[in-house]
Design a binder for this molecule. Structure first.
Ligand code: NDP
Length: 249
């Protein structure tokens, strides 16, 4: 349980990648300033996090089930927290989708919006009333560089992040007078499972919809080739976690 001096930080999507590293970095803070509630939709995926957290697990890090696409799951998780008190909400959970839109069923596209857009809104709607009442809190949203700039074959993913950016810019202003801060984190490509799947999709799928101009645009604007783009930026989950920790401090 959190001590009164500790900030309670709830992070979504902690089974892998950026969320996992954020949870571990905050839980292992040397001054023990944070109590991290690391959430994931399936606790069977907890082992990597628990191992990385080491001694912090059960002390400054606890686990909870949370599926951002499920109203009941979100409510249950937040109601399970003492006094529903969360100082920092980190909306990290997200999914990608790569390919030409002709080959992607609408249902798959909706899933991306359901997770990346409505998943975040569902979380914010649940914690915002308590933060406003307490007149304090911090909401962080992990967007993407693709929330600022489209990338070919990432049409729907980029759209979900653009939508989120617009939502946050509007909401941030309303929250300020309640002393609730809303921050966006916009990483470039980061070495995670998410990125690995994207690379695999780019390598394996054929893109009949792509004409030479599109590929040219992709290659020249987004670095040497559709695969090298990921090597060229080379951020790690720890880089994003460090940046998030700075934003919280
Ligand atoms: P990972 O695939 O490694 O992690 C994504 C996490 O989100 C997993 O823990 C996954 O859980 C979880 N998740 C997916 N759907 C849900 C859901 N419905 N409810 C709760 N959790 C869910 O990806 P990253 O760490 O790379 O991505 C984290 C965030 O960073 C995303 O928002 C992504 O858009 C963003 N980002 C990533 C970049 C990159 O290059 N990797 C670049 C820019 C932004 P499960 O294990 O259950 O699938």
């Amino acid at each position: 349980m959190a001590s009164p001096e500790q900030k309670v930080v709830l992070i979504t999507g902690c089974s892998s990648g950026i969320g996992l590293r954020m949870a571990v970095m905050l839980a292992k803070d040397e001054k023990k300033r944070y109590h991290v509630i690391a959430t994931m939709r399936d606790l069977k995926r907890k082992d990597k996090l628990v191992e990385a957290a080491g001694d912090a697990y059960g002390k400054t890090l606890s686990l909870a089930v949370l599926d951002v696409c499920n109203d009941e799951s979100v409510k249950q998780c937040i109601n399970g927290i003492k006094n529903r008190h969360i100082d920092v909400l980190v909306n990290n959970a997200g999914i990608g989708l790569v390919g030409p839109i002709e080959s992607i069923p609408i249902e798959e596209m909706k899933k991306v919006f359901e997770t990346n857009f409505f998943g975040v809104i569902r979380m914010i709607k649940e914690v915002m009333p308590d933060m406003k009442k307490r007149r304090g809190g911090h909401i962080i949203v992990v967007s993407s560089v693709m929330g600022l700039q489209g990338v070919v074959f990432n049409d729907v993913y980029a759209a979900s992040k653009f939508a989120m950016e617009g939502f946050c810019e509007s909401l941030a202003v309303q929250l300020l007078k309640f002393n609730v801060i809303l921050s966006l984190i916009e990483p470039g490509p980061v070495h995670t499972e998410f990125e690995a799947k994207m690379i695999q999709d780019v390598k394996q799928k054929e893109y009949p919809g792509a004409d030479s101009d599109t590929v040219h645009y992709f290659k020249n604007v987004y670095l040497p080739s559709s695969v090298d783009i990921f090597e060229a930026f080379g951020q790690t989950p720890d880089d994003v976690a460090k940046c998030t920790k700075k934003v919280i401090e």
